[in-house]
Ligand binder design. Structure first.
Ligand code: TXA
Ligand code: MG
Length: 350
């Protein structure tokens, strides 16, 4: 990606306005939250979200947390059951993330939620984050503002060391007071702890008056980026009904073609429908279109989708990772890779 001149602005009303206009233009803004610095993008803009994955060099599409200004805004994204509502009222604003069923018509794109039908939502409690969210008025996805595989940043300098030249703006609001990411609870059926964080499990259990279930991958427990354990355990991944053929250089009669780049296969005329992820062969654009186009082609009723080769570099690695999962042989209904009785699919890896 071409180098950007990263601006570092001390937190001020002017910096908040700058953050707002950068987000509106699809740019990336690092800002302080009470847990760690987040790298923000307009959650409703798939191109901005694709840029965010590229800037972080995430090897796969790990779903992101949508940050909003208040509970009313969160209720426009997700479905709250009674317990989720109690938790939100008790702990928001604050370092609690709730994974909830995504509302039909939720404006947050499929790339941000990695094609899941759940969404992670949080109302942060840091004055600068709150001012930016209030000024922008739309949900902001914000993973920790580090390059993938590095530790989470708790100061503007950490962000600068990792991401200078890759993002437009860093708003410097001093050190993040908590320095530990938010606690993630899934409220999809039984309330389950997905990631321990800045609010202890004991605090949550005292509030609810009972013990809660814990779902954690071993590496998440070790405090790293963690595997997105929940996507495999709580919600079905988006995978097309149609069979998916990767690295296709020919098209069989009646297939749909998911193209990439300016040069189509010689027999592309066989395709019933063609969608091009990026006519110019740009991976960021392709990532932004991926989930939408897969869903559109699948909805056209074809039984097979031929996908042209995508270079396995930069964001292409993540695109191919998602395509491999969509192309993988299906587990019979009622079983998972772990042999547990479930209608759910195995998770993606981070
Ligand atoms: O404190 C925090 O939560 C910080 C600040 C910036 O708000 N953000 C943060 O984001 O830690 P990130 O992307 O580094 O971690 C988010 C975690 C990921 O492990 C992801 O798998 C999980 O949340 N997650 C997001 N959406 C999910 C979903 N729908 N189901 C299950 N897990 C989800
Ligand atoms: Mg992180």
């Amino acid at each position: 990606m071409p180098a950007l001149a990263t601006i570092i602005a001390q937190a001020s009303p002017g910096a908040v306005q700058q953050a707002k206009s950068t987000l509106s233009a699809g740019g990336l803004v690092a800002f302080p939250t009470e847990t760690v610095y987040g790298l923000g993008a307009d959650a409703t803009n798939d191109s901005a979200v694709a840029k965010l994955y590229a800037a972080k060099q995430r090897p796969s599409f790990n779903p992101l947390i949508a940050h909003v200004a208040d509970l009313a805004a969160a209720c426009r994204l997700a479905q709250f059951d009674a317990e989720a509502l109690e938790l939100a009222e008790a702990f928001w604003p604050g370092p609690l993330t709730l994974v909830l069923p995504k509302l039909h018509g939720c404006p947050v794109g499929q790339l941000a939620t990695a094609g899941l039908d759940t969404i992670a939502v949080r109302v942060p409690n840091h004055p600068v984050a709150r001012e930016i969210l209030a000024a922008f008025g739309k949900p902001v996805v914000a993973p920790s503002a580090n390059r993938s595989g590095r530790v989470s940043p708790t100061s503007a300098q950490h962000v600068q060391a990792d991401l200078a030249g890759r993002i437009a703006l860093i708003v410097d609001g001093g050190a993040s007071p908590l320095g530990l990411e938010s606690t993630i609870l899934a409220c999809v059926g039984r309330t389950t702890l997905l990631r321990p964080g800045a609010i202890s499990r004991a605090t949550v259990e005292r509030f609810l008056g009972r013990e809660i279930d814990i779902a954690m991958a071993a590496d998440a427990a070790a405090g790293g980026e963690g595997r997105p354990v929940a996507p495999g355990m709580l919600a079905s991944h988006y995978a097309p009904r149609a069979a998916l053929r990767m690295n296709a250089v020919t098209v069989a009669p009646g297939e749909a073609l998911l193209a990439f780049g300016p040069t189509l296969p010689h027999d592309a005329g066989n395709a019933l429908t063609i969608l091009n992820l990026s006519g110019h062969g740009e991976l960021v654009e392709a990532a932004a279109n991926l989930f939408n186009y897969l869903r559109l082609l699948d909805g056209s009723g074809v039984s097979s989708i031929a996908v042209m080769p995508i270079p396995d570099e930069e964001l292409g690695e993540a695109i191919n990772d998602r395509l491999r999962h969509a192309a993988a042989p299906r587990h019979p209904r009622g079983s998972t890779a772990h042999g547990e009785p479930s209608t759910l699919r195995p998770g993606i890896t981070a």
